[in-house]
Design a binder for this molecule. Structure first.
Ligand code: AMP
Ligand code: ZN
Length: 462
């Protein structure tokens, strides 16, 4: 039984998909105005772990991720690069760069990228216009000189749950009716938010036309309501993920915009905690960010060591990034690779460890516990082929590329084979000086040799 912590009810709940064995999973994706930092990538890894865990439980998952290529930041940066004549085609070219970089990064950290359906906002503007017009028609949105706004008061009268994701009494004592035009704002500035922003001079030539809405462009929040609506054919999304910073206003507003069209919008809301640096949230606005390439260049790390580091903490815990912890993750991953290199072909797994692993990940994706099961299994007395069988199974969730690594480690160069044979002969002849010399030569080729009562065990150093 898979249990997930639902932010909407603030409880650990047994997961039940709306359709039998079929899950609709939606992830709020990147804003492509710059490179994603490793904090953003933590959120992507969390979504990937969830996707893999659902699969591990035999569920078929349709996973959709939006790409925010229309918002205040992408437009501002496009106009900086292209000047006052910047247009929609320029916006696409500009955001392409960061979308491609994002895809490269998530490939490196082994996200199940082939299973993700990416939907760009630029490709659904017509559907967004249509959605906004439906909200106006139903009386939940109103036009002003500077665009179309969502009417929170009207929503509250009919649904009574605005802000439930933040807390049950979120609206108590709040003044309604004020308006906010910017995409990002905090709880203190709770306001009717923009669905459609009338064109301003700063937007250059980046705008869309519509007879009813006027010349303008979508606000930020509406995209996710519309993309869910399109992707899941206006039926309830099973699970929606994002970082905790999206609870308000983004996810709160997604719920409000969608429920007048269909309800419930989402059954399970899952939020990943932040990656911190020196105790502070990693954020471009704070100037404390690293990108994946910084890690690779500075420590020459395998990007999967970053994935390993993320697995060491639970997704609902804050994680403070340090170079030391990254180095420790790299060492642990290397040790894991070295251990499995000595294992024979996988055969018949270890049932008790498989049970423990399943219990860990099914308990709200407890990856620190799942990693502990991995190491307990490695230290156990089971034969190598049994350990490997179970570890390869676990790797369907962990995504540390154990199969590829093990396979590559089994290729023994001919020169090494000669040294191994010569060393066996020296040992048989009790020529320990020679056998020791040969051990050093073997080690200099990147392998470790351990003598057993019968024969030896060869491991590859990572
Ligand atoms: P953005 O590109 O800003 O739209 O963010 C993409 C994802 O990264 C969202 O789910 C954010 O909630 C998440 N995010 C932003 N900063 C952090 C951080 N420091 N740690 C973890 N996730 C983050
Ligand atoms: Zn979103």
């Amino acid at each position: 039984m898979l249990k997930l912590y639902n932010s909407l009810t603030r409880k650990l709940e047994e997961f039940q998909p709306t359709k039998k064995n079929q899950v609709g999973l939606y992830t709020c994706g990147p804003t492509v105005y710059n490179y994603q930092h490793i904090g953003n990538l933590r959120s992507s890894i969390f979504a990937d772990l969830l996707f893999r865990t659902l699969n591990y439980n035999g569920l078929k998952v349709k996973w959709v991720m939006n790409i925010t290529d229309i918002d205040d930041k992408t437009i501002k940066n496009t106009t900086i690069e292209y000047g006052p004549q910047a247009n929609v085609a320029n916006l696409r070219t500009f955001t392409d760069r960061y979308l491609n970089a994002f895809k490269e990064d998530i490939k490196k950290i082994n996200l199940s990228i082939k299973s993700v359906k990416f939907i760009r906002v630029l490709d659904v503007v017509d559907e967004i216009k249509h959605f906004i017009k439906s909200l106006i028609k139903k009386g939940y949105a109103y036009k002003t000189a500077d665009g179309v706004y969502f009417n929170i008061e009207k929503y509250q009268q009919n649904f009574g749950d605005y802000g439930k994701l933040v807390g049950e009494n979120f609206l108590k004592g709040q003044k309604l009716g004020v308006r906010v035009r910017v995409d990002e704002y905090d709880k203190e500035n709770l306001s009717d938010f923009a669905l459609w922003k009338a064109k301003e001079e700063d937007d250059a030539n980046i705008f869309w036309e519509n007879a009813e809405l006027g010349r303008g462009r979508p606000g930020w929040h509406i995209e996710c309501s519309v993309i869910n609506y399109i992707a899941f054919k206006s039926s309830t999304t099973d699970i929606h993920t994002g970082g905790v910073d999206l609870i308000f206003p983004h996810h709160t507003n997604e719920i409000a915009q969608t429920q007048p069209i269909y309800k419930p919008f989402v059954n399970y809301w899952l939020h990943g905690e932040h990656l911190l640096v020196a105790g502070e949230k990693m954020a471009k606005s704070k100037g404390n960010v690293y990108v994946l390439d910084d890690l690779i260049k500075k420590l020459n790390i395998n990007p999967l060591a970053f994935r390993y580091l993320i697995l060491t903490s639970h997704y609902r815990s804050k994680l403070n990034f340090t170079w030391e912890s990254l180095q420790a993750a790299q060492n642990a991953l290397n040790n894991l690779y070295t251990e499995i290199s000595a294992y024979e072909k996988p055969k018949i797994g270890c049932a008790e460890y498989e049970q423990n692993f399943l219990e860990a990940i099914n308990n709200d994706l407890d990856t620190p516990k799942a990693l502990a099961v991995v190491w307990d299994l490695i230290r156990s007395d089971y034969p190598g082929h049994a350990k490997l069988q179970s570890l390869l199974k676990f790797d369907k969730v962990l995504g540390l590329k154990l199969r590829e690594t093990w396979k590559a480690s089994q290729k023994i160069p001919a020169t090494l084979k000669k040294l191994l044979t010569a060393r066996e002969q020296a040992r048989a002849a009790k020529d320990f000086q020679k056998s020791d010399d040969l051990r050093h030569q073997i080690e200099s080729q990147g392998f470790i040799i351990e003598d057993l009562s019968h024969g030896y065990r060869l491991k590859k150093k990572f």
